[in-house]
Write a protein that binds this ligand. Sequence first.
Ligand code: PGA
Length: 259
Amino acid sequence: MRTPLIIANWKMNKNVHESVEFVKMICNRLPANVTVGIAAQALALYSMKQAAGNSRLQVIAQNGAAAISGPYTGEISMQSLAEIGVSYVILGHLERRRLFHESNAEIARKVLTALHLGITPIVCTDEEQISLEVDGKLHHAFRQLAPILQNLSADQVQKLVISYEPQWAVGASQDAKPALAEVGCQRIRQSVADNFGATVADQVRILYGGSVNQQTICQIVGSPNVDGTLIGRASLDVNNFLRMLNCLQTKKKQKLTAI
Ligand code: PGA
């Protein structure tokens, strides 16, 4: 059973004080059976962890360096992230690739560092996919994901979270399209199954990110192959974020009642 994972990705928004206040407002109001995390700028993470205390809220980093330590001025040490109790890190987000020219090779090294330190990498990939037919069966390969996964064992792949983030959907003016989210995540799962086997594909959590809001979250997270979502703009307002979490909770209850 894959537990849904809902992540607020604040990007470079909110100062330390605002981040802590937000954590205090939500950390004791989290829905059951869903993992909720907030990816905030590195400066706020320590204070947010303190504010979250023993609650189930996950405090998440938006980036981390491939090197463990050394002469890398301005980088974020994943060892330090692990020390303060950060257990997830987003790697290879579209904005890191586009604005900071992160390559697949660099992201692959970061993924290995995170796994080595016991931090779960949330590996972002966009829609660059190629379809090929082998022995009459259609395979989908993801140009960004394949070079990252090829360095990993099946055990390591099973520990990843993969986030499907089509570049035309991130920061877009139109709402996310639940059907396209499901197709993208299903194809990624199929490609993991082709390369690492059905058990690994069944375990790995695959999220969708890009213009998710209160109107679309339930349908997206309710799709069979989508195990959660990364929410940018719509997660910045605490009441809006809580409403989205509540709507997942209500949906869950309705499903249970129907059974
Ligand atoms: P958005 O961002 O929800 O504002 O489109 C999503 C993301 O960057 O993952």
